[in-house]
Ligand binder design. Structure first.
Ligand code: HEC
Length: 132
């Protein structure tokens, strides 16, 4: 004799809910990718910001507050405040950037004058000391 009930699994329709979910995630991923590509295709970052992101942000953060794992919990890596180990003037900052700090910060002695100026410009911008 056959059982008079159908197994539950057979009665459910196709898993349309799940498929819609996957479709939505795919759409979001595609959108994100296109947005990311568009950013690179039409760069609006200044030279200084690009250098900052490449060479400084991993430790000092995008905002110069040093709030990153890379800053090693060092309060001196907060460059947004008014406390300095060296000086706050361009010459002192440039020296630190060129020479680095032993075991704490890499040297950047390969920067050209223009690159250094652009980098300092972005640094001053992050500190709110000048506009873009
Ligand atoms: C590997 C992490 C790291 C990177 C990358 C890095 N720094 Fe630093 N930097 C530090 C740390 C840590 C200190 C604090 C050192 C100390 O104890 O005096 C510091 C200190 C400084 C100081 C001196 C602050 C003061 O109080 O006198 C300046 C200026 C500075 N960094 C600028 C930069 C710039 C600009 C870049 C990018 C070209 C950069 N740093 C890249 C880790 C880093």
């Amino acid at each position: 004799m056959k059982p008079s009930f159908e197994p539950l699994a057979k009665r459910r329709g196709p898993a349309t809910g799940a498929l819609t979910g996957i479709g939505a995630i795919g759409a979001i991923a595609a959108f994100t990718l296109v947005a990311a590509l568009a950013c690179d295709a039409f760069p609006r970052r200044s030279e200084g910001e690009k250098l900052w992101r490449k060479r400084c942000a991993s430790c000092h953060g995008l905002d110069a507050r040093g709030n990153t794992p890379g800053y090693m919990g060092n309060v001196n890596a907060d460059l947004s405040d008014e406390s300095w180990v060296g000086g706050s003037d361009d010459g002192s900052v440039e020296n630190v950037v060129r020479e680095g700090i032993f075991a704490k910060m890499p040297a950047n002695d390969d920067l050209t004058r223009e690159e250094m100026r652009a980098l300092l410009g972005h640094f001053r911008y992050l500190r709110g000391e000048r506009s873009r």
